[in-house]
Design a protein around this ligand. Structure first.
Ligand SMILES: Cc1ncc(COP(=O)(O)O)c(C=O)c1O
Length: 459
């Protein structure tokens, strides 16, 4: 454990001394990549860690540290790192060919698994990523409804293409997104989450809004949790007002339950975007949903056809990984284990915060854990389950998902890495490989890290 009794050496100095191999690599990376990293969320002060291998709930860095992982492949690794069944499937496929430029059996098996598990999946179309899946969803909606606009919720993330960037980061009211033409952004109507009346008023007031898209357990993977009542209300409004309802299940699909949030809550959207777990940790996505909407991909007399190529659509390696992963997901066991691990982590953290009298609370639904600071409200129930725990700060968007404090997040990451845990700042996701013992180690790491941050004046 990182000792909290050596204030003479600062946290950042201890971090720098412990991870010299990563520091060296970052110096090179900065000469290559803007910001030195290849994904915005991998940015970290003073430098990120470089990983050489990963297995189960762990990854190992270039300096030989064994780290419990809560990034889990940006949510893609419900089965943990390098699960044997997925590895074998990909290795076997590798030897048979990586890209046929042709149709193949695995894409059929993969599509059938999606159709079997996901209630809305009448038809399926594979894409290269989740971003491509939401891009496709919105273009198909424009063709189906004849309307140019869509409604999204502030704080909900749907990838990085031009149409969905509005309202995904604070300040949420701003329509200006650097690099996105105003004429494109104007097609997005973004509203605060959680208010069905506001949604209804927006849809009634603007007949040009043809579709509604959301992360069905709440924006930024459940930072502001959404539960069944809201989804049922939204479904009713969209049906009554004849708008297309899109669930973006890129995170929640196959994670919340084998059939995603829609199966768990019994609310079927018209379209569903999927990626991450879908492709078993390899690149890949898909759009699934109503046959009559996906039919715009087909050439039909008198109807416009949506063009959809994509070099890596249903790539055989991704298909092999996806079939192996979804075959296991279909048993229900991975979701059950990952959810149980997160429930344990949330509960143990809340016990810790309460015992120490720290103004902090852990919350989240399913296999997501989030920690908030400066919290003095009511304590969560200890018997809270997968999706009925307390939502702090009365679900306030700016308190739970407002402007971030990058210095504090980096300090937490440094302290947690020194304690052998790669936590996503103050949040993380579990996999089915996060055992009780790993969770208990993580709680000890949080205890030690919070003490260090307190001494550093970061908490
Ligand atoms: C809910 C959601 N939608 C879409 C995306 C974009 O997916 P991808 O990164 O595969 O493009 C993400 C990525 O994190 C996501 O979380």
């Amino acid at each position: 454990m990182l000792t909290a009794t050596r204030p003479a050496v600062s946290l950042v100095d201890r971090y720098t001394a412990a991870f010299p191999g990563s520091k060296r690599r970052f110096e090179v990376a900065k000469t290559l990549f803007p910001t030195g990293v290849t994904h915005d969320t991998r940015m970290m002060e003073p430098f990120p860690v470089y990983v050489t291998r990963a297995k189960g709930a762990y990854k190992w860095d270039v300096d030989g540290h064994k780290l419990v992982d809560y990034f889990v492949g940006h949510g893609a690794l419900l089965l943990g790192h390098s699960p044997d069944d997925v590895v074998t499937a990909v290795q076997e496929q590798m030897a048979r060919g990586t890209h046929y430029g042709a149709c193949h059996d695995l894409e059929i098996a993969w599509g059938q698994l999606v159709q079997k598990l996901v209630p809305s999946a009448e038809k399926v179309r594979f894409t290269g990523s989740g971003t491509e899946a939401t891009l496709m969803a919105l273009r198909l909606c424009r063709l189906h409804t004849g309307q140019p606009k869509f409604l999204k919720f502030q704080g909900h993330f749907h990838g990085w293409h031009d149409y969905v960037t509005v309202g995904s980061d604070p300040p949420y009211e701003s329509m200006a997104v650097p690099g996105v033409p105003e004429s494109v952004a104007a097609n997005c109507v973004s509203v605060a989450p959680g208010d069905l009346n506001r949604v209804e008023a927006a849809l009634v007031g603007d007949p040009q809004i043809g579709a509604v898209i959301l992360e069905p357990t709440g924006g930024h993977w459940g930072a502001i949790p959404i539960r069944g009542e809201f989804l049922r209300g939204l479904r009713e409004i969209c049906t009554r007002l004849d708008r297309v309802l899109i669930f973006d299940e890129v995170i929640t699909g196959f994670r919340v339950a084998p059939g995603g949030a829609q199966a768990y809550y019994g609310v079927t959207p018209d379209l569903t975007s999927l990626a991450k777990i879908l492709a078993g940790g390899l690149p890949g996505g898909c759009l699934a949903g109503r046959s009559d909407i996906l039919a715009f991909i087909e050439p039909r007399p008198g109807k416009p056809k949506m063009k959809h190529p994509g070099t890596y659509n249903a790539n055989p390696l991704s298909a092999a990984a996806g079939v192996a992963a979804l075959t296991r997901v279909a048993t229900g066991e991975p979701c059950r284990l990952a959810n149980a691990a997160a429930v344990r982590l949330r509960n143990r953290l809340n016990e810790l915060f309460e015992t120490r009298g720290w103004p902090m609370v852990a919350y989240g639904d399913f296999s997501v854990v989030r920690i908030v600071t400066r919290y003095h409200g009511p304590r969560p129930r200890t018997d809270a389950g997968e999706n009925d725990g307390l939502i702090p700060f009365g679900c306030d968007l700016n308190q739970l998902d407002g402007p971030k404090n990058p210095k504090q997040i980096s300090a937490m990451r440094q302290a947690m890495l020194l304690n052998g845990v790669d936590l996503w700042g103050f949040a993380g996701m579990t996999s089915c490989e996060h055992t009780d013992a790993i969770i208990d180690d993580t709680v000890r790491a949080v205890a030690s890290s919070v003490e260090v941050l307190q001494m550093e004046g970061q908490l």
